[in-house]
Design a binder for this molecule. Structure first.
Ligand code: IPM
Ligand code: MG
Length: 358
C-alpha cells in the first residue's frame, strides 16, 4: 500500500519558482522510487499575484493549505512592493497562523572545500539551530508617534511568553537527545543586555532539569557569532530566539557552504509544517537558470523526514552530499558553471544509485 501525502506548493517570487521546480522534480522521482503517492496543490501567492489581483493570502486559501500534509515554499519578496508587506502577509501569516513555533535550521558541511573557514572538516561543522518562530520582535507590535516630524518616536516590542519559550526549549532538548551526538544544548541569548531574556535563562534551567543526560551550555549572541566562525565544532544543538536565530543562521549557512545549500523547516510537531530554503527571492538572478536549487531540494529532504519517510529523505541527502563531495556540483550558484536545471538533473541521476538503509 502506498503512503499518500498532499503537499501545498507556494513557489513565490524571484528565484522561488525555478528552485521549487527542481525540488518538485526530485520529490517526484524519489516518490516513485520509494513508492509514495504525492499529490501537489499549487498556489500562486506572491508579488505577481498580488499586483494582478490585490490578493495576498486569502482566508479561504489559508484554510485549504492547512489541510495538507505539508507545505513547500520557494521565496517571498519583490522590489516592486513595499518592504515587509508580502513577507508578513504570507511567510509570517503561515508561521503565526499555523503556530509553527520551531524554525529548524541544520548546519552541516558536506565537503571540506565548501567551507570558507580554513581547515574545518565536515565532522567539525555539524550542528542544528532551533530558532523560535512565533514571537520576539516578529510579533509585529510596532508603532509610530509624530511620524515624519523631528520628534518622531518609533517603537517595536520584543515579546517573549513563558509558553512560547518553554515549548521551543523543550523541543531543542528532545532534539539534542535524538541526535545522540554531543548531547549538548547551547542557549544563545542576550540576557546581559535584554533583561527580558531572563525568562529564557530560567526556563532553560527548569526544562533542562528534565534532561539530565543533556549538558547545558550558554553563549551570548555576539559571542556565538564569533564561535560560529572560530570554533563551529563547539555547537551541537542550539536554541535561540526568533531574531537572533534569523541572524545566526545566515552566518551559519555560509559556514556550511552558502545560502545555496541551506534549508529550513517551520514546524509544529504533529501538525502541518512548512519547508523552505533559507535564502530569499534574489530578484536579480530570477529567470536566469543560475540559482542553486540545492537549498530547495534539501527543503524537500527535510519535509520527507518530517513526514516520516526517512529512507526517501536519506536518498536525497546522500545524492546531494555525494555530488558535493565529488565536486560534480563544484561550487555554488552562478559561479559553478552549472544551471539550476542541470543541478536538478544531477541530483535526480544520483537518487537511484545511492545506498540507503533498508
Ligand atoms: C528568514 C527570512 C525571514 C525572516 C524574512 C524574509 C522575513 O530572513 O526566513 O530567515 O526574517 O524570518
Ligand atoms: Mg533570515
Amino acid at each position: 500500500m502506498s503512503r499518500t501525502y498532499s503537499i501545498a506548493v507556494i513557489p513565490g517570487d524571484g528565484i522561488g519558482p525555478e528552485v521549487v521546480r527542481e525540488g518538485l522534480r526530485v520529490l517526484e522521482r524519489v516518490a516513485s522510487i520509494e513508492g509514495l503517492d504525492v499529490r501537489l496543490t499549487r498556489y500562486p501567492f506572491g508579488a505577481e499575484h498580488y499586483l494582478g489581483t490585490k490578493e495576498v493570502l486569502p482566508d479561504s486559501a489559508f484554510e485549504e493549505i492547512r489541510e495538507h500534509s505539508a507545505i513547500l515554499l520557494g521565496a517571498i519578496g519583490d522590489p516592486r512592493i513595499q518592504v515587509g508587506f508580502l513577507e508578513f502577509g504570507i511567510i509570517a501569516r503561515l508561521r503565526f497562523g499555523l503556530d509553527l513555533y520551531v524554525n529548524l535550521r541544520p548546519v552541516k558541511l558536506y565537503a571540506e572545500h565548501l567551507c570558507p573557514l580554513k581547515g574545518k572538516r565536515p565532522e567539525e561543522v555539524d550542528f542544528v539551530v532551533v530558532r523560535e518562530n512565533t514571537e520576539d520582535a516578529y510579533a509585529g507590535m510596532f508603532g509610530y508617534f509624530k511620524r515624519g516630524t523631528p520628534d518622531e518616536i518609533a517603537t517595536q516590542e520584543i515579546l517573549f511568553t513563558r509558553k512560547g519559550t518553554e515549548r521551543v526549549i523543550r523541543y531543542a532538548f528532545e532534539l539534542a537527545r535524538r541526535r545522540a551526538r554531543a548531547r549538548k544544548l547551547t542557549l544563545v541569548d542576550k540576557a546581559n543586555a535584554v533583561r527580558a531574556m531572563d525568562l529564557w535563562t530560567r526556563t532553560f534551567e527548569e526544562v533542562g532539569a528534565e534532561f539530565p543526560d543533556i549538558a547545558r551550555d550558554h553563549a551570548y549572541i555576539d559571542a556565538a557569532t564569533m564561535w560560529c566562525v572560530k570554533n563551529p565544532e563547539w555547537f551541537d544543538t542550539v536554541v535561540t530566539s526568533n531574531m537572533f536565530g534569523d541572524i545566526l543562521t545566515d552566518l551559519a549557512a555560509m559556514v556550511q557552504g552558502g545560502l545555496g545549500i541551506a534549508a529550513s523547516g517551520n514546524i509544529h510537531p504533529g501538525r502541518v509544517s512548512l519547508f523552505e530554503p533559507i535564502h530569499g527571492s534574489a530578484p536579480k538572478y530570477a529567470g536566469r537558470n543560475v540559482a542553486n536549487p540545492l537549498a530547495a531540494i534539501m527543503a524537500v529532504q527535510m519535509m520527507l523526514d518530517y513526514l516520516g519517510e526517512p529512507r526517501a529523505a536519506a536518498r536525497i541527502e546522500e545524492a546531494v552530499a555525494g555530488l558535493l563531495r565529488s565536486k560534480r556540483v563544484p561550487s555554488l550558484g552562478s559561479d559553478s558553471g552549472l544551471g539550476t536545471s542541470q543541478v536538478g538533473d544531477l541530483v535526480i541521476g544520483e537518487l537511484e544509485r545511492v545506498q540507503v538503509p533498508v
